[in-house]
Design a protein around this ligand. Sequence first.
Ligand SMILES: Cc1cc2nc3c(=O)[nH]c(=O)nc-3n(C[C@H](O)[C@H](O)[C@H](O)COP(=O)(O)OP(=O)(O)OC[C@H]3O[C@@H](n4cnc5c(N)ncnc54)[C@H](O)[C@@H]3O)c2cc1C
Length: 216
Amino acid sequence: MSDGSYAPTELTRLHRRPDRGSYDRALIHAILDEALVCHVGFVLEGRPHVIPTSILRQGEYVYIHGSPNNRMLSALADGAPACIEVTLVDSLVAGRSGFGCSMDYRSVVIYACGERVEGAEKPAIIDAIVQDLIPGHKVRPPKQKELDATLVLRFPLQEVSAKVRDRGVIDVEEDYARDDLWAGVIPLRITAGAPQDDARLKPGIATPDFAKRYKR
Ligand SMILES: Cc1cc2nc3c(=O)[nH]c(=O)nc-3n(C[C@H](O)[C@H](O)[C@H](O)COP(=O)(O)OP(=O)(O)OC[C@H]3O[C@@H](n4cnc5c(N)ncnc54)[C@H](O)[C@@H]3O)c2cc1C
């Protein structure tokens, strides 16, 4: 990895539309930081599996967590190689032909093997996961049995690639002359609804501003 970008490898070299590919570290970090979920691909007992889960990036690692009984996490903790991907769909692209219809997106693919996070780093990462999802949210300290019931794995950002489509409509030249078809983009965003207090909330606890003004 040079300062500003990851080195492409045999695994991460893009074949189709390499012009949309990027190994830029800041771009890759930004995509990972915006994503709420990732999909983790791995092979277990000879079959491929792809499982969705939450993701956190800190520095040059991404973190996933869950129950030690989780088959994906235990396979990855035992050394199964992972392919982790995140996708942000920015717009639906309505072209003048089916061929011209597409999506604008930003995506990242990571190849890595996981390692267990133990000791003081484990509660720190669990706390960081909460803050990453809901910045400002306060929780009580974790109990030892909760920490024991949570497996945290980290994966180094080394073999990693991004792909970005941000061009909107790209139609074949003769289609631009048509006067009977609409074309354009429909931007998509995650927007938060009004927070709903838990039914068992003690009286007098106000809904915090971070919940009222949540933005992704
Ligand atoms: C929301 C969305 C919709 C898409 N829709 C289509 C579609 O309908 N049809 C289609 O052909 N393609 C689609 N793509 C692109 C698709 O993800 C692949 O990039 C494409 O199939 C080309 O693969 P390839 O053969 O060049 O790459 P491969 O040879 O399969 O991959 C080589 C390496 O390139 C990198 N790479 C490939 N794709 C991505 C990616 N998307 N993000 C980050 N790294 C990547 C990985 O490191 C990978 O190991 C879509 C992507 C996204 C995010």
